[in-house]
Design a protein around this ligand. Structure first.
Ligand SMILES: *Cc1c(COP(=O)(O)O)cnc(C)c1O
Length: 477
């Protein structure tokens, strides 16, 4: 095609001012701020320009390309992308229950209700209703946390990484912390125990080897500079074979003899014994507290199934010293999180209810019968709506717990597999991500996999319409 023809077409693109004077745009201006509409027109016209430049052949299509009917949707699309929040709800069809990239734990309806209740009006966040004077924001969740864990005292901060930082800084700044080499873990997202320790001002004293650490290794490392013995739960991996680690109880005993503090970062600590529900053992918070350990830290949004938070539990005098650390202010928990956390913790007063109702725990506990039923429902609706060019199959597969918890636990599950005769699996996966709400799936052996464990029954209609739409789009190379 001649460059001059392309130039001619480009010159015919209307100006922003011309577009702004159209009747249809006046309608948009009634709904959206002028700046948004102008920006959308500028970007929309930019896209049109790109389209003209990328076409191999323009002859014949010039009229349609430049028609207002063709370019108006471009503006609408640009406006939508400007006024829509970037942080969005998605459908998790990956089968990874505690998915850090997808926001970890969906909250229980009572937690949501409590967020709204506290957020829409004033609250007693830092006000003591009994005394009618200034109160303490940390007091609200303390009683329930102590009741559930058996600890003397409790404190909540922004997240578990913050909890670890705060504890190490308070208890061992400028002094040595003894930790096994097998526990110098990286949790992901650049949270590495040695780095956090450095930032806290504590000096790392590593002992033992990757696979084996003995009590005598700790013994030899203890000196006048030692402040703390630290145990970190190796949440996201297991060392197998010729291994040996010192138990928390042994460390606590040694701490007592040597007058040293003992802390455990449990990571995903759980308040329920999951082995009762056919799962592997995950260390329980109550068991850790029972050993007499000084401090334990836990995440709020892993197995606990609450909002992002860091929970610190332990001896009263130790927690009192942590509470007055100026870092507390930088790491403090906000009222919405606190509202959701407290509501979630209250559900644990009845273990059975917690297992059945807290979304994270409920998903972990789903049995094949329920998963199959959900899969069949989805399949039925899809088969009614989508007939051509695609094959849906229900299959058995495995889900993962995720979030650095129970790394070896395999959860048998039911997945819906999608195979299209005219669409590549990658383009299908991409199409589902563009759905509203986006559907996050996984690819396995050239099939698109939707795991029934992590989608909710209420999401079935959204899944159906999202899949239907993705399949109706033309193949994007
Ligand atoms: C997940 C985890 C953390 C970090 O917790 P966040 O709540 O994500 O900040 C720290 N330590 C361990 C052992 C963990 O598993």
């Amino acid at each position: 095609m001649s460059p001059t023809l392309r130039q001619q077409v480009l010159r015919k693109i209307p100006s922003v001012d011309e577009i702004l004077s159209r009747e249809e745009i006046l309608d948009l201006l009634r709904i959206h701020p002028r700046a948004v509409v102008v920006e959308a027109i500028r970007k929309g016209l930019g896209r049109l320009r790109e389209e003209i430049l990328s076409r191999d052949n323009l002859s014949g299509s010039e009229e349609t390309l430049l028609s207002f009917e063709n370019i108006f949707p471009l503006f609408q699309k640009e406006i939508d992308s400007q006024v829509r929040p970037r942080l969005r709800r998605v459908i998790n069809a990956t089968g990874i229950v505690i998915h850090t990239n997808l926001g970890r734990a969906p909250l229980h309806p009572l937690a949501l209700k409590q967020i709204v209740e506290v957020a829409k009006a004033y609250s007693n966040l830092e006000y003591d209703l009994a005394l009618g004077e200034r109160g303490d924001r940390y007091s609200h969740a303390e009683e329930i946390l102590c009741r559930l864990s058996g600890a003397e005292s409790a404190l909540v901060v922004n997240n578990n990484a913050g909890a670890v930082l705060l504890c190490l800084n308070t208890l061992s700044e400028g002094r040595e912390v003894v930790i096994s080499r097998g526990e110098l873990v990286e949790i992901g997202g650049a949270f590495r125990i040695p780095d956090v320790m450095k930032r806290s001002g504590a000096l790392l004293k590593e002992v033992g080897t990757t696979n084996r650490t003995h009590l005598k290794d700790y013994q030899r490392a203890i000196g006048p500079q030692t402040a703390l013995l630290l145990k970190v739960h190796t949440s996201n991996f297991r060392v197998m074979g010729f291994t040996s680690e010192v138990s928390l109880a042994e460390l606590v005993q040694m701490g007592r003899e040597q007058h040293l503090l003992v802390m455990e970062d449990l990571g995903s600590g759980c308040f329920i014994d999951l082995t009762q529900y056919g799962m592997e053992k995950e260390p329980m918070v109550q068991e850790a507290i029972e050993t007499g350990v000084d401090v334990v830290t836990v995440s709020g949004d892993k197995l606990l199934g609450g909002p992002q938070a860091g929970i610190i539990l332990g001896k009263k005098d130790i927690l009192d010293s942590i509470k007055v650390n100026p870092l507390m202010r930088a790491l403090r928990i906000d009222k919405l999180t606190l509202a959701a956390l407290e509501a979630t913790l209250l559900l644990y007063l009845e273990e059975k209810r917690a297992m059945e109702e807290i979304p994270t725990l409920r998903m972990l506990g789903l049995d094949m019968r329920k998963l199959k039923r959900r899969g069949r429902r989805l399949l039925k609706h899809l088969q009614e709506k989508v007939k051509k060019g695609v094959q849906f199959t229900l299959k058995e597969d495995v889900s993962r717990v995720g979030g650095g918890s129970l790394p070896l636990q395999e959860l048998p599950t039911i997945v819906l597999s999608l195979k299209s005769s005219d669409r590549s699996v990658n383009s299908l996966e991409q199409g589902l991500r563009k759905a509203d709400p986006p559907i996050i799936s996984r690819i396995s052996k050239d099939e698109l996999i939707l795991d029934m464990r992590t989608v909710f029954d209420e999401e079935i209609p959204l899944l159906v319409s999202g899949i239907e739409k993705a399949l109706s789009q033309t193949n994007e190379k």
